[in-house]
Design a protein around this ligand. Structure first.
Ligand SMILES: Nc1ncnc2c1ncn2[C@@H]1O[C@H](COP(=O)(O)OP(=O)(O)OP(=O)(O)O)[C@@H](O)[C@H]1O
Length: 320
């Protein structure tokens, strides 16, 4: 509808309070946590849009878990603000947490109870427990979803680390959350398990769940995230869409056994040399190839240059 043609309606809309901004599911401003002299998290401005799979990368001790704990209202910031699902945290905890599924640091479970019994107990202890009739089928469904056998009656003390991680994920999923916050979700899983969990998370995301996951595994982030935030000693040194970070740099990468001669031939067009690879400023890759071959140089590989996530992250960490 053309707003200009309906002045009264436009006026009315202007008088209403703005709706909570849920296009941005997580937003922090200057979020800081100090432990004595240590700035574990140092003034970070996170922005996670609805529908994103946001990978929160950082070395051990860079502040990921502390950030996640502040987002969930488990740790109070020293300064700065955090908003989750449009509400300030920790003040909005009662409204926000029922809509958030979280898996942080080695999920706890009663060792003498089965996975099913653990989930039922967890649900029963929540303020917004599932209706009695749907509890049993929902728990069956969610156990199967994470790849655990719903009929398994063994106590969880018999579980492998990977099975415990799956159970933790099942607990996070029981209420069909709008936002999943996962701290190192594939910890302890074998390659097959990692792939299954990745596929599950992508399915949930396709169905509308926003996912915020912390990891120190670049490959994990590269394979499943739409956005990346990089934490380095408490500071957010990079926050960007993954496709933007990995798009071509505008240089042409040439792999040749004749590096020395190629460097001489191309002169100032060479932007960098790494082992048998030259990075060349050239608008026309095919023309560059013809030029090298005409000069008698052997070209093993030639194409647009892209940085991989590891290079991007290393460079971001070197920023002042
Ligand atoms: N309760 C606490 N008291 C004092 N220092 C703390 C506390 N919690 C965390 N820290 C310190 O804050 C820094 C950030 O820790 P945090 O656990 O958030 O990092 P991380 O990126 O999650 O690391 P990891 O991947 O190892 O879990 C570390 O130096 C840690 O020792």
């Amino acid at each position: 509808m053309n707003v200009r043609s309906s002045g009264a309606r436009a006026e009315l809309v202007e008088q209403l309070p703005p709706p909570p901004d849920e296009a941005v599911v997580i937003r922090t401003r200057g979020l800081t946590k100090r432990y004595g002299e240590l700035r574990a998290v140092d003034g970070i401005d996170l922005e996670v849009g609805r529908g994103a799979v946001y990978g929160f990368l950082g070395a051990n001790g860079s502040g990921k878990t502390t950030t996640v704990r502040m987002l969930l209202g488990l740790v109070l910031p020293t300064s700065g603000t955090a908003e989750v699902l449009g509400r300030p945290m920790p003040a909005g905890r009662a409204e926000v947490l029922p809509r958030v599924g979280a898996l942080i640091e080695g999920p706890g479970a009663y060792p003498h109870l089965s996975g099913r019994a653990n989930l039922a107990l967890l649900d029963a202890s929540g303020a917004d427990r599932l209706p009695r009739r749907s509890r049993h089928p929902r728990i069956t469904e969610v156990l199967a979803e994470v790849g655990l056998d719903p009929a398994d009656r063994r106590p969880t003390r018999a579980y492998s680390l990977g099975m415990r991680q799956r159970l933790g994920l099942a607990a996070a999923l029981v209420r069909r959350p709008d936002l999943l916050v996962l701290d190192e979700p594939t910890n302890g899983l074998d390659p097959q398990g990692i792939q299954e969990i990745r596929e599950l998370l992508l399915r949930l995301n396709a169905a509308g769940t926003t996912i915020f996951l912390s990891s120190h595994l670049l490959a994990e982030i590269e394979q499943m995230c739409s956005h990346v935030g990089v934490l380095d000693r408490g500071r957010l040194v990079l926050q960007e869409r993954l496709d933007v970070l990995l798009r071509p740099t505008g240089l042409v990468a040439v792999r040749t056994p004749d590096v020395q001669r190629a460097t001489e031939l191309l002169g100032s067009a060479v932007a960098g040399v790494e082992a048998d690879r030259l990075l060349v400023r050239a608008l026309d890759a095919a023309g560059l190839n013809a030029h090298l071959v005409a000069a008698g140089l052997r070209v093993a590989e030639l194409g647009p240059h892209r940085r991989d996530l590891e290079q991007v992250v290393l460079e971001a960490g070197r920023l002042p």
